[in-house]
Write a protein that binds this ligand. Structure first.
Ligand SMILES: Cc1cc2nc3c(=O)[nH]c(=O)nc-3n(C[C@H](O)[C@H](O)[C@H](O)COP(=O)(O)O)c2cc1C
Length: 334
């Protein structure tokens, strides 16, 4: 019998299919269905720094000036619309999910600056979360701030959050860093037990008639898998942390590739949001198992890292050396 089990952040998981942060964890019933379908752990939607700051500004303002005036500082904070949730409701949801599910529940904090909001790391732990994911979704737009300054703040933030909790900490990062291996190493030294690669950046578009910047959320496709696949392959064995792959996991083949690159878990959001029926989870798991049987793999563990940079015959395939080769492989034009 093929063994699909894996470990992630010290948690024993029955298989590598984890639901990544998304609205799917907003309803307890839906989360229960994910568990029934076979998902092995669930990362909750994020509690945002902005939401925590907004709540505390509102509270201060209400206590000092009454509820009828609108604090100026609040107008600077983005409103998450339907996606925002009060910090208190978030903690209740952690507790509710823990009560309803047997699979591990990973809380998610989303923010970039140091400050009072980080106290929610501890509160999420106290509400019962098995681990915490910190999402540092940041866009550098100021030419006067260097990448080093930004990374220093992020490393300090990880250390601050790590020192406040005793549950494992994973850090979700983006791919737009000059040296991903160096940044990854620094995050791990600061206390990250796991790294989640990669945040998916949503790019704004222009409405040419209205001359407005417009936002829409397009779900991913398997084509997006290649970016995290490359970097997990490169990082595997070089840094002392569990690696989770997010972005572009839609099929059993995507899961198998993630494992071979060296991920401990493959996280999905778009596929679950797209399909909705959750039959997909069962299908992906059974196809993964069938493929492994046909190719005589006994366990996921045996497969993990087998296609990482340090294991493949041609390690240069992940590096610049391969760039010319790829360009040259394009078919001859008539
Ligand atoms: C509707 C939606 C909501 C999401 N909410 C969060 C969130 O609250 N926190 C977070 O870290 N990532 C969030 N994500 C990102 C996903 O967790 C995931 O990393 C990303 O969608 C890439 O995975 P995918 O290709 O399987 O969709 C969200 C994604 C979608 C589509």
């Amino acid at each position: 019998m093929t063994n699909l089990s894996t470990t992630y952040l010290g948690l024993n998981l029955k298989n590598p299919l984890v639901a990544s942060a998304s609205p799917l964890s907003k309803k307890i019933d839906r989360a229960r269905k994910l568990e029934e379908a076979g998902i092995s752990a669930i990362v909750m939607f994020s509690l945002f720094e902005e939401q925590i700051t907004r709540e505390s500004l509102e509270m201060d303002h209400y206590l000092s000036r009454g509820k009828d005036s609108f604090p100026e500082a609040l107008s600077q904070l983005p409103d998450g619309g339907l996606y925002s949730v009060s910090p208190e409701n978030y903690l209740n949801q952690v507790a509710g999910l823990k009560k309803a599910l047997t699979i591990p529940v990973i809380g998610s904090l989303n923010g970039v600056s140091r400050g009072g909001w980080t106290s929610y790391a501890r509160k999420i732990q106290e509400a019962g979360a098995d681990a915490l994911e910190l999402n540092m979704y940041y866009l550098a737009t100021d030419p006067n701030v260097s990448s080093n300054e930004i990374e220093n703040i992020q490393v300090e933030l990880v250390a601050e959050i790590k020192s406040a909790i005793s549950i494992p900490l994973a850090v979700k990062i983006g791919p737009f860093v000059t040296s991903i291996p160096n940044f990854a190493k620094r995050l791990v030294e600061a206390g990250a037990d796991g790294l989640v690669l990669f945040n998916r950046f949503y790019q704004p578009d222009f409405d040419l008639e209205e001359l407005e910047v417009v936002h829409s959320l397009d779900l991913s496709t398997s084509a997006e898998l290649r970016l995290p696949l490359r970097w997990i392959s490169i990082l595997y064995g070089k840094i002392d942390a569990d690696l989770a792959l997010t972005s572009g996991i839609h099929t059993s083949r995507d899961v198998l590739k993630a494992m071979m690159a060296g991920a401990q878990v493959a996280m999905l959001a778009s596929e679950l949001l797209w399909d909705g029926s959750l039959e997909r989870v069962k299908e992906i798991l059974s196809h993964t198992q069938t493929w492994m049987e046909e190719h005589e793999y006994q366990s996921i563990k045996q497969m993990q890292g087998s296609m990482s940079q340090k294991s493949v015959k041609d390690p240069a395939a992940f590096e610049r050396a391969n760039y010319m080769k790829v360009l040259g492989s394009f078919r001859e034009l008539p």
